[in-house]
Design a protein around this ligand. Structure first.
Ligand SMILES: Nc1ncnc2c1ncn2[C@@H]1O[C@H](COP(=O)(O)OP(=O)(O)OP(=O)(O)O)[C@@H](O)[C@H]1O
Ligand SMILES: C[C@@](O)(CCO)CC(=O)[O-]
Ligand SMILES: [Mg+2]
Length: 389
């Protein structure tokens, strides 16, 4: 039985989250933590309508399965209908999926999974129709914590599904690895489908998370368009997961409500974030080749991150756990900001290249004494990759 495996990275946002939903520029980079999706198509049984679509969500320990006949009742038989023309999920389809998922008895403490399952069902049936198959999803990322788990979920699933449908052509594996990529136009198609999945999970996404997860690297993103940033010095970040659960859809909606209550004030906040993202993106690309220049560059990045954090607080998306991390790192002269949707989740701390290891260790120990978890990631790596098996 042939298998299709895809992995897509999570991301950090260095500047511009939330404001990017309202047209501002933002800067994001892929990180070396991945969501893996694998897919096996099962032979269609002779008896029409037999077989099932199954998804095994390893991070939650839950497996869900739907008879193909039941899926045909909900979605019709749209096998391969418009695989090259991604289209949004209609409100009728959303309502039908919600009804289907009501019958699943999702445990109350995992009810947030319903959004991911709806995205799965929509992507699966849109790309492959209602034919039997089995998908397994497993992630290195903390789910719902600001590191783009929803985008990595939609991108890796779209990659595996489109490869199984024969709609994209995987390239040969890179030397020394089992992973290869896709041609640029194939990545565009994956990105457009993943955006449809992200819409189901985020409500009103900007598209930045699925773009960086699909294409990798570090990007400046504005109004659906993006450019690659060539960062000439490595950007080192400490990530703190506050372990405070939150939901991007609700936070994005909260910022939009604040914007409709205070349109002028919020327009100024969004415009200030745009200036910060534009300046940050040009600083990232500056070539600094001695210690003085590198330190000057890092000081500017830190100051812009600090200003961005202040504006995120203005938007109402900080949290007391985030503020605790900010206060702790400030004691060691280090600057932090929330990343992703905020409201809990993860915080970034810029690690200057000359920072003694002992200071980094002391900072980490003190942050973790609050019950938070710290880790480091590689920034700006590959996007979606694929292998068979
Ligand atoms: N590996 C996974 N298994 C199952 N569901 C997942 C997985 N990854 C993401 N999801 C779905 O995505 C939702 C989390 O998305 P959400 O956008 O709220 O957070 P995030 O993407 O981690 O953070 P941010 O959007 O701020 O970067 C989960 O509630 C779940 O529905
Ligand atoms: C909060 C937000 O700006 C980033 C979440 O990672 C939402 C989005 O852009 O879709
Ligand atoms: Mg998300």
């Amino acid at each position: 039985m042939e298998g299709f495996r895809a992995r897509a990275p999570g991301k950090i946002i260095l500047a511009g989250e939330h404001a990017v939903v309202h047209g501002s520029a933002a800067v994001a980079a892929a990180i070396d933590l991945y969501t893996h999706s694998s897919l096996h198509l099962l032979p269609a049984s002779e008896e029409d309508g037999a077989g099932a679509v199954e998804v095994d969500l390893r991070d939650t320990g839950l497996v869900f399965s739907w008879p193909c006949a039941r899926l045909r009742e909900v979605f019709g038989d749209r096998a391969g209908a418009a695989v090259n023309a991604p289209r949004p999920c209609s409100s009728n389809e959303l309502a039908s999926m919600a009804k289907l998922l009501e019958q699943e008895d999702i445990p109350e403490d995992k009810i947030w999974l319903a959004a991911g399952l709806s995205a799965f069902l929509y992507l699966y049936t849109s790309i492959l129709g209602c034919r039997p198959g089995k998908a397994v999803v497993k992630s290195d990322l903390p789910l719902g914590a600001g590191l783009g788990s929803s985008a990595a979920f939609s991108v890796s699933l779209s990659g595996a599904l489109l490869a199984a449908a024969g709609a994209v052509r995987p390239q040969a594996a890179d030397a020394g690895t089992e992973w290869g990529s896709f041609h640029k136009e194939d990545l565009e198609l994956v990105n457009q489908w993943a955006f449809q999945g992200e819409k189901i999970i985020h409500g009103k996404p900007s598209g930045i998370d699925n773009a960086v997860s699909t294409f990798g690297s570090m990007i400046k993103f504005k109004k659906g368009e993006f450019t690659n940033l060539k960062s000439s010095n490595p950007v080192k970040m400490l990530i703190t997961d506050t372990r405070v659960g939150r939901n991007t859809k609700a936070l994005v909606a909260g910022v939009s409500e604040r914007a409709s209550r205070h349109p002028d004030a919020m327009a100024s906040v969004i415009s200030a974030v745009n200036s910060i993202s534009e300046e940050l993106s040009s600083i990232v690309e500056l070539a600094a080749d001695d210690e003085v220049a590198i330190t000057a560059k890092e000081e500017k990045l830190a100051e812009l991150m600090e200003m961005n954090q202040g504006l995120l607080q203005c938007m109402g998306v900080s949290h007391c756990a985030i503020e605790t991390v900010l206060r702790t790192t400030l004691k060691y002269n280090l600057v932090s900001k929330l990343t992703g949707a905020g409201g809990g989740g993860c915080v970034l701390t810029l690690i200057p290249s000359l920072l003694p290891n002992s200071v980094l260790e002391k900072t980490t120990t003190e942050i973790e004494s609050h019950g938070f978890r710290c880790f480091q990631v590689k920034v700006g790596g590959r996007g979606l990759q694929f292998c068979r098996g």
